[in-house]
Design a protein around this ligand. Structure first.
Ligand SMILES: *Cc1c(COP(=O)(O)O)cnc(C)c1O
Length: 355
């Protein structure tokens, strides 16, 4: 590569974060969520790094699961959104996938396909995005059982577990327990936030995603999340430096104006790489490990940062956008989004470098 813009991925950090998820819930099995290209970290590399310790992986789509199978990953694979056609059910069966079933339509598709696929049956416990009502859950369970389809797990998903004081999470837990108590099924409830802050949500299977990549799902400090190690460091370099006199503006729409004689560095990363277009002036970056706040609108291929406080910054110096020095959550908060979006949005133009 001729441009020093890269996402450095620390696979050992991901293994350590997986081990932390397991140790926080020693009674549970841990299914590593590696959908969306492992939250931007590279699904195949992450799967290879975890395949000897993770009993199963979860992805969102059958296509993601097929890519893992093609790469020779033979762990159990759970498709979190399930499928919408009988043809996809047949494909899932032929590749030994496990399907989440969250609607009666999916039950009918599966029965029409006349194949045997293990199923995780999903209850809507209050998020109202995917999942069956308690009545439909019972209907689906009976239909599948009668057809000889193995229902392996009863599952549900939290809407607000990232708020450690969330009342709705407590309600969801109670609703799920009540609705599934008549079934003798293993359960799966917890995402990263559940593992870290809601011990009551730990069940036979936990489903961590974001925490595997070293990020906390919480806006507040939560002690269990402190040992997480950031797995991706997004880096670039300074490609130009200029002096900007007081009163002159920098970048599109002149959104930053020098209040003093200033030094501005231009960095080879922009929104086409996944750096958030909405990051405002002052969003943190690090140049040679020292703060260099964003100064001016993010452009497609470049950003500009204030180097006035730096004595020795030069073209070629390394810039960290997020990672071990700046939490991705901090950049996300400045840009009005969440770290999940930033990690999954790092574009294909940015090479992933593994260590
Ligand atoms: C993405 C996803 C997860 C992982 O959530 P994190 O907040 O990243 O831990 C767990 N369960 C389901 C159903 C998901 O879609």
């Amino acid at each position: 590569m001729h441009r020093k813009t890269e996402a450095c991925i620390n696979l050992e950090a991901i293994r350590a974060n997986f081990a932390l998820a397991c140790s926080l819930a020693p009674q549970s099995k841990t299914i590593a969520v590696i959908k969306a290209d492992a939250y931007g970290h590279g699904m195949l590399r992450v799967a290879e790094a975890l395949q000897d310790v993770a009993p199963a992986f979860a992805v969102a789509t059958v296509d993601e699961a097929l890519e893992l199978r093609r790469a020779g990953i033979d762990n159990a694979l759970l498709v979190l959104q399930g499928v919408t056609t009988s043809a996809a059910c047949k494909m899932a069966a032929s590749r030994h996938l496990t399907l989440v079933v969250h609607s009666l339509d999916q039950v009918e598709n599966l029965l029409a396909a006349r194949v045997s696929v293990p199923v995780w049956l999903k209850l809507d416990s209050g998020m109202h995005r995917l999942g069956l009502t308690p009545g439909d859950f019972a209907k689906a369970y009976k239909r599948l059982e009668a057809a000889g389809i193995e229902v392996q797990v009863a599952c549900t998903h939290f809407a607000g577990a990232d708020d450690p004081d969330s009342g709705t999470t407590q309600q969801q837990l109670e609703f799920f327990k009540a609705a599934t108590s008549e079934f003798d099924l293993p359960r799966s409830i917890a995402n990263s936030a559940g593992i870290l802050a809601w011990p009551k949500s730990h069940a036979e299977w936990n489903r961590p995603g974001y925490m595997l990549y070293g990020c906390s799902p919480f806006l507040v400090d939560v002690a269990t999340a402190r040992p997480l190690q950031a797995a991706m460091t997004l880096r670039s370099e300074i490609i130009a430096i200029r002096a900007v006199p007081t009163g002159e503006s920098v970048g599109y729409s002149a959104r930053w104006t020098a209040q003093r004689p200033s030094i501005i560095g231009t960095v080879a990363i922009g929104y086409a790489d996944g750096y958030p277009r909405h990051a405002p002036n002052g969003t943190p970056t690090l140049v040679n490990g020292k703060p260099a706040p964003l100064a001016g609108t993010v452009s497609m291929d470049a950003i500009t940062v204030d180097l006035t406080e730096h004595d020795d910054a030069a073209v070629g110096d390394i810039v960290e956008l997020w990672g071990t020095g700046i939490a991705v959550n901090e950049v996300a908060a400045a840009a009005g989004t969440i770290g999940y979006q930033l990690l999954t949005g790092v574009s294909s133009r940015v090479p992933r470098i593994y260590s």
